[in-house]
Design a protein around this ligand. Structure first.
Ligand code: NDP
Ligand code: 8X3
Length: 252
């Protein structure tokens, strides 16, 4: 059955892989991200490959007015969002607590928590009215076990965990599914963004290991949407074979 799926952060990594997989499965997509040209190219590719209809929301999730209005004023035939993949996010920097840049902390908190909240609330209002929907929140192993120099990034992912639990409870009365997906290390643009374009440092994060791919994560996300109506995965952590948690990694 074809549903409308809103994916935040669809220009790269997990979001992009989810867009491809959900398109392949026949869904209609609302694609969000700041890099409009990437969204346009992706939408064209999905149209060519699968005949997918996409609606673009090239909005910074930190922009409260723009993101809220953008979601509330979707065209009539795009309003019935059934699945939200709350994925847009980033790590900025990896520094000792007393040395970290306040701008990095602000950017992560504004995106990973505040932007996440704006999108979630705008979408959940419609889902609550329709008494139907599935919200998938992308957390992290960093929201389960804190690691050295993870400070504010870990805190934002602990916040996603808390908000996931909170949404599951508050939206229970509306019959809305809420699922946290907590991936471990996955090779996307994540580390390149975290280390501000330093390719060598970004690549070293995955030295001696075969990390998750964005396609692996998309497969697991998709699986959670295929279960019978009465079954909800509330929380799911996945890592590559060589990683047990944020701390224990068996590198070759
Ligand atoms: P990428 O950097 O590849 O993708 C991040 C996506 O988020 C991009 O599409 C980016 O789009 C979007 N984004 C970032 N900031 C904003 C913003 N302000 N407004 C709208 N979109 C934004 O990284 P991943 O795919 O790895 O990361 C996706 C999520 O997964 C993040 O929440 C991350 O914390 C989490 N995660 C990542 C892991 C990993 O090891 N890779 C593991 C666990 C969790 P654009 O720049 O065009 O706006
Ligand atoms: C991303 C995984 O371990 O780099 O959330 O924090 S990690």
């Amino acid at each position: 059955m074809s549903s409308i799926v809103l994916i935040t952060g669809a220009t790269s990594g997990f979001g992009r892989s989810c867009a491809t997989l959900f398109a392949e499965k026949g869904h209609r997509l609302i694609l969000n991200g700041r890099r409009k040209e990437r969204l346009e190219k992706l939408a064209d590719e999905l149209k060519d490959s699968f005949g997918t209809e996409s609606f673009l929301l090239p909005i910074d999730v930190r922009n409260q007015d723009a993101i809220t209005t953008g979601i509330h004023r979707l065209p009539e035939n795009w309003q019935q969002i059934e699945i939200l993949i709350n994925n847009a996010g980033l790590a900025a920097g990896r520094d000792y607590f007393e040395e970290a840049k306040l701008d990095d902390w602000n950017e992560m908190i504004d995106t990973n928590i505040k932007g996440f909240l704006y999108v979630s609330q705008a979408v959940s209002k419609g889902m609550a009215n329709r008494k139907k929907g599935h919200i998938i929140n992308i957390g992290s192993t960093a929201g389960r076990v804190v690691y050295e120099k993870g400070n504010a990034y870990c805190a934002t992912k602990y916040a996603v965990d808390a908000l996931n639990q909170s949404m599951r409870i508050d939206l229970l009365r509306h019959g809305i599914k809420v699922t946290a997906i907590n991936p471990g290390a996955a090779e996307t643009e994540f580390s390149l963004v975290r280390f501000k374009g330093d390719q060598e440092t970004a690549a070293s994060v995955y030295n001696g290991m075969k990390p998750l791919t964005p396609e692996d994560v998309a497969e697991v996300i998709y699986y959670t949407t295929t279960l019978p109506a009465h079954v909800c995965i509330n929380d799911l952590t996945l890592t590559c074979l060589q990683q047990a948690d944020s701390f224990y990694i068996q590198r070759k």
